[in-house]
Design a protein around this ligand. Structure first.
Ligand code: G3H
Ligand code: 13P
Ligand code: ZN
Length: 311
């Protein structure tokens, strides 16, 4: 099956009451872990590359790794640009084999966000590529951009229809309480997804695919393994997985997860090195990291996304 866009995936997800996982890829082991887990569970999947990933691994390597996964796994796979900062980055990805791009002008004023997002949509659509745009601002860290909690803003339901109509975007990322990074909320803070705002948005945009960023839940067992073996992570929690599952049953068709994979990789490597301090073959410890990432993707598909058996 060739690389696909998200159009069909989202239609089925919306009608089926589940979401497709969008997992960030940075190297071969992460691509393998995600796609092997998805293939075993017969789940569609989105592989997404950030600017940081493209700088670290080089876009050509990432594209070829994804092509290898497409050849080896018989499931629908989309390749997506995560947080495209401007028209040029999005155009580069559209021109180089990505099937989906995100234009993230959510830090700009409403009119400017619309203008930039529409420019990307017009170009991408002319090449058969779909576009995710964002309205509202998440807290947390993404690449070099850090948004303080007090600057984060929930998406205003009164703006979504105009935004979608004027930009022509194919899916909409919204801010309803999730945030980027491994340090989201302090233990005891009782974080809540604003399902009421999501519901208001769904009423205004019936049938339209919604995207949630910042959806890692910070698995405490991985944090413990890392800190038990020499790590120094701060205590933090994310939005509980059952709340994300509720969103996936509604109009949320794409759920972005990166930090939990990073924690899995690091936990696997630290555990391996603690048990085998004499090992120095990267295949041994990175291989364990890959297995931990695979386990967490399995878990997300079954517990948060509900996309198993939907390939
Ligand atoms: O939302 C951001 C993703 O976690 C990507 O992170 O920009 O450090 O690659 P990155
Ligand atoms: P997390 O940091 O919660 O994994 O969010 C990832 C993300 O939104 C990528 O765009
Ligand atoms: Zn994001």
């Amino acid at each position: 099956m060739p690389l696909v866009t998200t159009t069909e995936m989202f239609k089925k997800a919306y009608n089926g009451g589940y979401a497709v996982g969008a997992f960030n890829v940075n190297n071969m082991e992460i691509v393998q872990a995600i796609t092997e887990a998805a293939a075993e569970l017969k789940s569609p999947v989105i592989l997404q590359a950030s600017a940081g990933a493209r700088k670290y691994a080089n876009s050509v390597y990432l594209r070829k790794l994804v092509e290898a996964a497409v050849e080896l796994c018989d499931i629908p796979i989309a390749m997506h640009l995560d947080h495209g900062a401007n028209f040029e980055v999005c155009k580069d990805c559209v021109d180089n084999g990505f099937t989906s791009v995100m234009i993230d002008a959510s830090d700009k004023p409403f009119e400017e966000n619309i203008r930039i997002s529409k420019e990307v949509t017009d170009y991408a659509h002319s090449k058969g590529v779909v576009v995710e745009a964002e309205l509202g601002t998440l807290a947390g860290v993404e690449d070099d951009v850090q948004v303080a909690d007090d600057k984060a803003q929930y998406t205003d339901p009164d703006q979504v229809v105009e935004f979608v109509e004027r930009t022509g975007c194919d899916s909409l990322a919204i801010a309803v309480g999730t945030s980027h990074g491994a340090y989201k909320f302090k233990p005891g803070q009782n974080p809540k997804l604003r399902l009421d705002i999501l519901e208001e948005i769904v009423q205004k945009l019936p049938g339209f695919p919604i995207v949630l960023h910042g959806s890692s839940s910070v698995p405490q067992e991985y944090v413990k393994i890392i800190n038990d073996h020499g790590g120094a992570l701060k205590d933090a929690i994310g939005i509980p997985e059952d709340q994300l599952r509720e969103a996936a049953k509604s109009a949320v068709c794409k759920i972005n997860i990166d930090s939990d994979l990073r924690l899995g990789m690091t936990a696997g490597i630290r555990q391996h090195m603690a048990e085998h301090p004499d090992h120095f073959d990267p295949r041994q410890y990175v291989g364990d990291g890959r297995q931990y990432v695979k386990d967490i993707v399995h878990h997300k598909i079954l517990t948060v996304l509900g996309s198993d058996g939907k390939a």
